[in-house]
Write a protein that binds this ligand. Sequence first.
Ligand code: PAF
Length: 284
Amino acid sequence: MKILKTIEEIKAFAGEMSKAGKKIGLVPTMGALHEGHLTLMREARKECEIVIASVFVNPTQFGPNEDYDAYPRKFEEDCQKLEQEGIDAVFHPEPEIMYPQGYLTYVNVDGDITNKLCGARRPGHFRGVATVVTKLFNLSRATDAYFGQKDAQQVVVVRRFVEDLNIPVRIHMVPIVREESGLARSSRNMYLSSEEREAALVLSRSLKKAETAFAGGEKDTSALKKLVREELAGEKLAEIDYVELYSFPALQELAKVDQPALLAIAVKIGKTRLIDNVILGSER
Ligand code: PAF
């Protein structure tokens, strides 16, 4: 596996592969790789001739009081995992390589898809994501890129700017990977103590409750959100950030779930903010 650290290195590698007409899959990550990421790698490996992973903790998507400094960095372990998945190259730049002195350009997705959910709680977050992902698409010459459903709003945002900016890449959304307990895999699970990890099971449990009610015929948005809130309220270590339900992928308000809809939650367990979601009304 090639380790690419500079703009010149990734441009040379991707340029050569692109010139040879290869289908190039990109899996953008911030590292601390877990089964969720590895599932994305496997999807890409199945479908693409060349797979490039990026491992970059992107400073522009973190707010001033967020966990940029504390975010786990485990590049050596990540490389071992990527090698095992047969990844062709990993791009691992330093922040100054991606944002050198004089850097001034950002990609901003306006409107209804960024003014709610994590976009409302984390000002500037999606601007940072859209900027770095655009740069990664340009550098990797990706024909295909793989993102997890756990960050469903991120997928909506990426699809929007890819279409709006006419970027020639296909976006694949891969279902959430969960532990047997139901806990959605996340690099931030590493912050949890064992007591908090137990408490964190309330996220998936609350969504399951709503999913079951929906399958049983409950289509009322407020009733479904109430079920989730009630379950979350039963866990004393859990502090609700949001419980929301919107049409998917348009992210519009819905009184009744009469089309595919995203039921999404953000919950603080101790100091750790976790997100999870389920898509109602579609096979996924
Ligand atoms: O989902 C993530 O880990 C990040 O937001 C991404 C897509 C790698 C951009 O930094």
